[in-house]
Write a protein that binds this ligand. Structure first.
Ligand SMILES: [Mg+2]
Ligand SMILES: [Zn+2]
Length: 233
């Protein structure tokens, strides 16, 4: 741990953007929640979202309406059954010690993300949708982008807004909502649908199974960048 040393002299600190569902967690919390609590018809709604035929807001609004239980406790209970990916805590600690900046960008919900991070003793900035329970379940999207019209949390826009001009940026993700932001960064870690998408689109991406692998690759990357800097001197 703590081997990501960064390079203070040359300010080679990374902006690291992380998807949450299925990236930081082993499987998709949002999907598990919908599977457990949504009523008839959610599969068709979800398929339309995956095909980009309806937006995140439309998808969520239609799906949340069908929920058989409408309390936060029911959602947190499901979230607690899904573990964080191996090595995530160690990765966060090493990255923070090295002076890198980490951001969670999720088209899921703040409610369970904050809950699971808190349980793991991890504190990171989270950009996600909000779940409303009264008068009925609904979604609020403080990080949407009118020009996009697709995402609840427009990750492309956030990556552009949060990236510092002088540093390198990294994106780590697994799904459809990550297709856009991977085009905005210098380095990509991908698995599942996102990895297939990157390969199809010719976007360079490192595959990963867990965060021990991400940490190892990040260390190698830093090393090569440091030696690259050396050559120029
Ligand atoms: Mg995901
Ligand atoms: Zn967008």
């Amino acid at each position: 741990m703590g081997k990501l040393t960064g390079n203070h002299e040359n300010d080679q600190h990374f902006d690291i953007f992380l998807d949450f569902d299925g990236t930081i967690t082993t499987t998709d919390v949002c999907h598990a929640m919908v599977k457990a609590l949504a009523g008839e018809g959610w599969q068709a709604i979800n398929q339309q979202w995956e095909n980009r035929e309806i937006s995140t807001v439309e998808c969520a609004r239609q799906t949340l309406k069908t929920f058989r239980q409408q309390e936060p406790e029911a959602i947190l209970q499901i979230a607690e059954s899904i573990p964080l990916e191996k090595g995530f805590g160690a990765f966060v600690q090493a990255a923070q010690q090295a002076g890198h900046r980490l951001y969670i960008l999720s088209d899921g919900y703040e409610l369970y993300i904050h809950h699971l991070l808190k349980k793991a003793g991890i504190s990171l900035p989270v950009y996600a949708n909000r779940m409303v329970f009264k008068p009925e379940m609904d979604i609020e999207t403080p990080y949407s982008e009118p020009a996009c019209g697709q995402c609840g949390v427009c990750k492309c826009k956030l990556v552009r807004r949060l990236s510092r001009n002088d540093g390198k940026s990294v994106y780590i993700g697994d799904g459809v909502s990550d297709y856009c932001p991977v085009k905005e960064v210098d380095f990509v870690f991908a698995r599942r649908q996102l990895l297939a998408h990157c390969r199809q689109q010719g976007i360079a991406a490192w595959p990963f199974e867990d965060f021990h692998q991400v940490l190892q690759q990040m260390e190698a990357l830093e090393k090569s960048m440091r030696s690259g800097t050396h050559e120029r001197q």
